[in-house]
Design a protein around this ligand. Sequence first.
Ligand code: ADP
Ligand code: TPW
Length: 599
Amino acid sequence: MGSVESQASAGSKPVSAGAEDPNAQSQEANRPMTDGFHLVIDALKLNGIDTIFGLPGIPITDFARKAQAEGIRVISFRHEQNAGNAAAIAGFMTQKPGICLTVSAPGFLNGLTALTNATTNCFPMILISGSSEREIVDLQQGDYEEMDQLAIAKPLCKAAFRVLHAGDIGVGIARAIRAAVSGRPGGVYLDLPAKLFAQSMDAEAGRNSLIQVVDPAPQQIPGAQAVKRAVDLLKGAKKPLIVLGKGAAYAQADAEIRALVDKTGIPYLPMSMAKGLLPDTHELCASAARSYVLPEADVVMLVGARLNWLLSHGKGKTWGGKESKAWGGQKFIQIDISPQEADSNVRIDAPVVGDIGSCVSALLDALDADASWAKAPAGWTAAIAERKSKNIAKMAETLAKHPAPMNFHSALNVVRDIVKANPEAILVNEGANTLDFTRSIVDMYKPRKRLDVGTWGIMGIGMGFSVAAAVVSGLPVIAIEGDSAFGFSGMEVETICRYNLPVCVVVFNNNGVYGGTDVNRGGGADVAPTVFVKGARYDKLMEAFGGVGVHATTPAELRKAMEEAMRSNKPTLINAVIDETAGTESGRITSLNPSAKKK
Ligand code: ADP
Ligand code: TPW
C-alpha cells in the first residue's frame, strides 16, 4: 500500500489528472474522510474491544476522549502501571486482549512493567503507547518525551509493532490481537506515533483497511500419539496426581477439567490462580496434603502449569529427591499450548501440546475408548484424605483462636467465611505473609475468582486488578492486601471511588514490609528498611475520596465491616490491625533470601 499521507493529500488537494476537471475536483474535496484517531477506535470496536485502561496526556488525550465518545469505556488511572495491570488481568479473565493506553516515554515506561509481567504470566494484553516524532527520535534531537519505545519494548514482550500510516492501522491492530491471544498468550506493544492520529484518509478506503480478526486463538488439537502416550502413563500409575495451573483457569475449559477429575478419580493440586477451578472443598483436592502428594506421586500430569520455582522446578526434596536438585522419580505428563515448554526443568515423558480444552477432551475420549482403564487406586486417595483431614483439623484449631492483637489466622478466618458466603466475589491478593496465608486458608469455589501476584510474585497488582475485576465482571471484589503491597497502588482508591466500584480492600496492617519489629542495626535514628509509620490509618485514604473507611482491631469488627461492604457494594477500605510480630521474613519463601541460602 502506498503512503496514506499521499492518499490523504490527494483527497484534500487533488493535483492529479482529475485536478483539471473542476467537477472531479469538488467531488474529491467533498469525499468523506477519516483519521488515525477514528481508525484506531473503529479497529478496536470491530474486534469487540469495549474497554480501555489508561492515563491521558500528549499525544493520546484526544484519542481517549474520542474513544469514550464512540462508546468505548475508558477507565482512567492515577499511574500507568496500575492501568497496565488492569489490562493484563482483564485479558486473563476474558481471553480478549486487555488494552492499556499510555503517553510517550515516562508513561510508556510506567506501563512496561505491567506488560512484561503480563507476558511472564501468559496474560494477553496490548500496551498502546503514543510516541514522539520518529524523525527527531531517530536523530536523537531531543523531542518532547523522546524515546525509541519500540526498541525498548521488543525484548520485554511477546511481540511489538509500530504503525506509521493510517492505512496500516487495521493491520497493526489485527497483528497485535493475534499475537496477544494466539498460542501462549502474552503482552504486545503497539507504538502509535503522535502524527499517526491526525493523518487523514478517505473514509471508505479507511473502512476497507480494517480487519476483523477471524479465529484469533485457533483451537490446537493434540496429536493422537501424544494422547496415547499420556493415557498409557496414567494407566500404569499407582499414585497419579494432576496439577492445575493458571493456564487451565485461563483456558475456560472448566467442564472438561471437572469431567477429567471426576472420571479418573485422580487427586489434583491447584496452583494459586487455579484455585476454585474445582471447589477447594472437593474431596479430590489435595491442597491440604501438598507436602505429602508431591514427593509421593509417581505420575504427575501438569495442566497449564509450568515447572518453575513455584513448583520447585520439578525436582529436589519437595519432590522426594535425595538432594536439592535430584530427580524424585516421578514421570511427567504436560498439557500445554507451548511446544517449547516441555523439558524446561526436568524430562517430560509425555508432552501433550494443544489447547487445554482440546487436550483434555482428547484424553477423556481416549479413556472412554479404553476398557482396561480403572480409576485412581483407592489406597492412594484414602492416604491423601487421611493427611488432609489431619491438617485441616490442625488448621481449624489455629483459626479458632482469638489472639489480641489479631494475627493473620484470626483475620483470615473471617475472610474465609465471607468468601464462602459470597462465592461469586473475586479475590485479589498480594503481600508476603498476607499472600501465603490467604492462599492456604481461604477456599475458593468458582473458576477465575482468585487473582494474585502470579509468576513473578510482583507487588503492586492490587488496585489495578481490583478495578479491572470489578469493571469486567460487574461483581464484588475483595482485595486482601499486605500494608506494603497496598502502598504500591494505593492511590487508585480514588479510581475505585470515582467509578463507584464494589471493591472492599482489606489492608493487613502490621506496620511494615513482612512485619514491623525490625531495628536499625547501625543504631541510628532512621527506622529499619522494612519498618513503616506505626499505627497508620489506611482507612482514612478511602474516606478522603468519599468511600467507606473502617478501622478494625478485632475479628468481630472485621467481620461486621466486610459484611457491610458486601451488602452495600460501596468502595470500602478496612484497616485491619495485625500483630506486628506475626508472620516471617518474605513469608513462605524466606529460604530464597541470599543470607538464608546455604552452599
Ligand atoms: P501456574 O503459575 O499457575 O503454575 P503458569 O503460568 O506457570 O501457571 O503456566 C501456565 C501455562 O499454561 C503456560 O505454560 C502456558 O503456555 C499454558 N497455557 C496458557 N493458556 C493455555 C491454553 N489455552 N491451553 C494450553 N495451555 C495454555
Ligand atoms: C515490585 C519484594 C515481596 S513481598 C513485599 C515486598 C516488598 C511486601 C511484604 O509486606 P506486606 O505483607 O505487603 O506488608 P506481609 O503480609 O508480609 O506483612 N517490589 C516488587 N515486588 C516485590 N515482590 C518486592 C518488591 C516484596
